[in-house]
Design a protein around this ligand. Structure first.
Ligand code: GTB
Length: 213
C-alpha cells in the first residue's frame, strides 16, 4: 500500500510547515516514497479511530503494510531505515545520525518548547517575568552549544542525514531564536532549500489553500 500519514485538515499555522507532519512528509520526499495524507479535524483527532493510531490524539501518524506508528522520531527513523538516502552506510555513522535525531527532539526541541510555553502560556502568572529570562538563557546556551558543534560544517555529521532532517525540522519553527547564531540560521535555510523540503512545504500550503477555497 501507499503509506498514509495523518495531518491537520486545518492547520493553525495556515500551511507554513510548522506542524510536525512536515518532518514526516519531508522524509518521504527525500527518499522518493509516495504517500497519502488523511486530513483530520481536531474533533476527529480525539475520536476512537484516531486514538487507536495515536493514543494522545495528535498528528502525525504513519501507516504502511507492516506497521502503524506515531511520534515523528519513530516515523522518520522507520522511513530512514527502509529507504536509502537518510542514514549513512556504516553502522557507526548510522548510530551517530540517530543520536542527532534524539538530540533534536529531546535536547533542542524540549528547550525551545519550554521557551514557547513561558512566552505564550505562562504570561500573566506572577512568577512569569522572573522565569522567562532563565528559560531564555537556557535556550541560548543550548543553541550556542549546537552552533559551536556545527561551526562551518554544512551538516551535523558528514553528509545530510535524518539527524539533520530532524534538527532543521525542529529549528524551522523557532527561527527567531536563531538570530544570535548566523550559522544555525544558514543551516536551516540550507535544509529548507532542499527540493524535498520544498515539495513537502508546497503540499502543506496546498492543503491550506484547498481548505480556504
Ligand atoms: N511528540 C509528538 C510527535 O513528535 O509526533 C508530538 C505530536 C504533536 O505535538 N502534535 C501536534 C498535535 O497534534 C501537532 S504538531 N496537537 C494537537 C493536540 O495535541 O491536540 C505541533 C504544532 C501545532 C501547531 C503549530 N502551529 O500552528 O504553528 C505548530 C506545531
Amino acid at each position: 500500500m501507499t503509506p498514509i500519514i495523518t495531518a491537520f485538515a486545518a492547520s493553525p499555522d495556515r500551511g507554513r510547515g510548522m506542524a510536525r507532519d512536515m518532518r514526516v512528509c519531508w522524509a518521504l520526499e527525500e527518499v522518493g516514497q509516495a504517500y497519502e495524507a488523511r486530513l483530520l479535524s481536531f474533533a476527529e483527532m480525539k475520536q476512537a479511530a484516531h486514538l487507536a493510531r495515536q493514543p494522545f490524539g495528535q498528528i502525525p501518524t504513519y501507516e504502511d503494510d507492516d506497521v502503524t506508528l506515531f511520534e515523528t522520531g519513530a516515523i522518520v527513523l522507520h522511513i530512514a531505515e527502509r529507504h536509502a538516502g537518510l542514514l549513512p552506510q556504516d553502522a557507526a555513522g548510522r548510530a551517530r545520525a540517530v543520536s542527532w535525531m534524539f538530540a533534536a527532539l529531546s535536547t533542542v526541541e524540549a528547550a525551545l518548547l519550554e521557551l514557547e510555553t513561558a512566552h505564550f502560556f505562562d504570561a500573566g502568572e506572577p512568577w512569569a517575568e522572573t522565569r522567562l529570562p532563565l528559560v531564555q538563557g537556557r535556550v541560548e546556551r543550548r543553541l550556542g552549544q549546537l552552533a559551536a558543534h556545527l561551526g562551518e560544517r554544512a551538516w551535523l555529521d558528514g553528509g545530510f542525514s535524518a539527524g539533520d532532517l530532524m534538527m532543521v525540522g525542529v529549528l524551522f519553527r523557532f527561527q527567531s531564536a536563531l538570530d544570535p547564531f548566523a550559522n544555525l540560521a544558514d543551516y536551516v535555510a540550507r535544509g529548507a532549500a532542499r527540493p524535498a523540503f520544498q515539495r513537502a512545504f508546497a503540499a502543506q500550503r496546498a492543503v491550506f489553500q484547498a481548505a480556504q477555497a
